[in-house]
Design a binder for this molecule. Sequence first.
Ligand SMILES: *Cc1c(COP(=O)(O)O)cnc(C)c1O
Length: 367
Amino acid sequence: MNIPLVDLRAQYRDIKPEIDEAVLRVVENTSFILGDEVRAFEEAFADYCQARFAVGVASGTAALHLVLRAYGIGPGDEVITSPFTFIATAEAISQAGARPVFVDIDATTYNIDPTRIEPAITPRTKAIMPVHLYGQPADMDPVMEIARRHGLRVIEDAAQAHGAEYREQRAGSIGDAGCFSFYPSKNLGAYGDAGMVVTNDPELAERVRLLRNHGRQEKYIHLMEGYGERLDALQAAILAVKLKHLEAWIERRRAHARVYDQLLAEVGIVIPQVLDAVRHVYHLYVIRIVERERVRVALKERGIATGVHYPLPLHLQPAYAHLGYHRGDFPVAERAAQEVLSLPMYPELTPNHQEYVAQSMACFYRS
Ligand SMILES: *Cc1c(COP(=O)(O)O)cnc(C)c1O
């Protein structure tokens, strides 16, 4: 057997006629940047997220960066976030000119630990940027409460959490703004780079609209300097087709997670821990094991691909040496980085695949 971590080809096979029709429509129409395709997808995605506005941008990183810029967060400011995430979360903060301030994560969900936020707040703190890692929302009630008390913005990094819910609120619609990535392997993936900002704040939506397109109000009239970080029509048309399937795909991921939970608990493996009152959308199915590297090799020999998200927390990355953090600063994140293992997870996974993965794990532990 050969089981990849994700299988985008299987997904395309299932929806090929719809995708091909959408791509041809845009190519023949020749309206490639912004336009009706982008507007239609923005409206559909805002609805899906239960948010008033959605603004299509060039990537998830661009979404985070443009929201920070739109709120005027920059040099001299600090933004509190998790050290256990993809680097783009922190990059967006530094690219805006602000300083990423890390706080440790919760040992069971891998999301920011709300009890660590308040001690990290200084007079320079402007925002909190929780990440909904692996598709599970961060514990947002305490995050929102702290933000309200200190007058801080909350910018959700929902790049892995399309359709996830916290107390029946969709990820991305809880804070001041939600930032999504449509990187091809995300739960809703484009055929290239793409991203989205969702918000209930009309002024923020308007500012991000300007910033993504060179500050342009009309052709060659620029209210401010901005960026060339628009969503293009081809990606929007593809994403609009895929959005119609997203709920079905999420339900399949959740069903696969339940199957893994059962099979792997029998083997005695630490399975994902899910908060009460959240809908986890399993962008990644992540277990925790001490003998990770040996297990990875054993699974690879049996044709099973695995991933590690992420092997080195951001505070220990060479890129952030200048921030002055040290090993031991965030022990929970550091330990997670050594033990997390992502198993194959995608809607088209079959029960056979999952049993084979579980059997292979059981085999490893027996030998
Ligand atoms: C993918 C991802 C991003 C960045 O998205 P891009 O579209 O690749 O720029 C940001 N944060 C997290 C947590 C991600 O997983």
